[in-house]
Design a protein around this ligand. Sequence first.
Ligand code: PHE
Length: 359
Amino acid sequence: MSALQSLETEILAAIGAAADESALDAVRVAALGKKGSISDLLKTLGGMTAAERKENGPLFNGVRDRVSEAIAQRKRALADLALDARLNLERVDVTLPARPLAQGTVHPISQVLDEVTAIFADLGFAVAEGPDVEYDDYNFTKLNIPPDHPARQMHDTFYLAPQADGARHVLRTHTSPVQVRTMLTQKPPIRVIAPGRTYRVDNDATHSPMFHQIEALVIDENTHLGHLKWVVEEFCKAFFEIESVELRGRPSFFPFTEPSVEWDLRCDRSVAGRIEFGRGNDWLELGGSGMVHPNVLAMCGVDASRYQGFAFGLGLDRLAMLKYGAPDLRPFFDGDLRWLKHFGFTAFDVPTLDAGLSR
Ligand code: PHE
């Protein structure tokens, strides 16, 4: 083996043996640096005759090129090795329990909405939805409230600008139009709840122009008032997490139900700032309900001679205020971070019936 070949072999072996980037760099300096072995070799070309140079030039340059290439290759390999080592070292165990982030909270309305949905899901209800901007027809007419009906004045309605044909959309004044949408698209038996935003021209400590309701609709062949009362009762027990409740039904009027009943829940408010359910001499208004009016069934394409059912509507915001002790409705929608921090829930606290609705 010529001296040149053994030099090359030696350098290539050193490159292969370099265990990290600094060792590799030392090999590079020793071979290709200013005073490196290959650089020295190349310098000797200057003292050679033209014939010698012609013979040795390509040989020397070949060695230099192969050594440079080998160094570059080794460098890439070392970088890969270093990355693998780091990945091994910095492995994260994704099965470890998560630590809840202190940033951000779930709004009490969202929390209550999840709680209510879990309760009704357990009772076999599906969730139905409708838009906030609703047809006048669905919000009123198909609910047995024709254009000149005085009941329209009960709802201080936000109207949108008239369409070309004069019809006006409204911001839905209740979640009852979702009853209409459900009956128009589903065949009985129907068992749905419809939580959502509703709007009325109203603004004080207990009323906000935007508020939340939860609607329930059950349509089947033999559904009756007893079922209605049972569902409201089961809901209250589950929601307020108490063994028993007492409900009082008061006759009422809604154009879309007949008969109509408003439900009150027995409670105790004798201790200031506290409310307890299931006992006491006070009554808390829950919301309106009734048997769906046959006119409504007919207008929504349900055979009223075969099917009947009930509906009710509860105020979601008030449920949240009662359960979580918020005295004023307005801050619910102010977006004040301090209020949200105080009344909000952690995102990991998902309400389920088996784990407990609220902890
Ligand atoms: N939509 C009625 C309201 O907002 C409540 C209600 C719902 C009454 C369903 C009867 C049946 O006041």
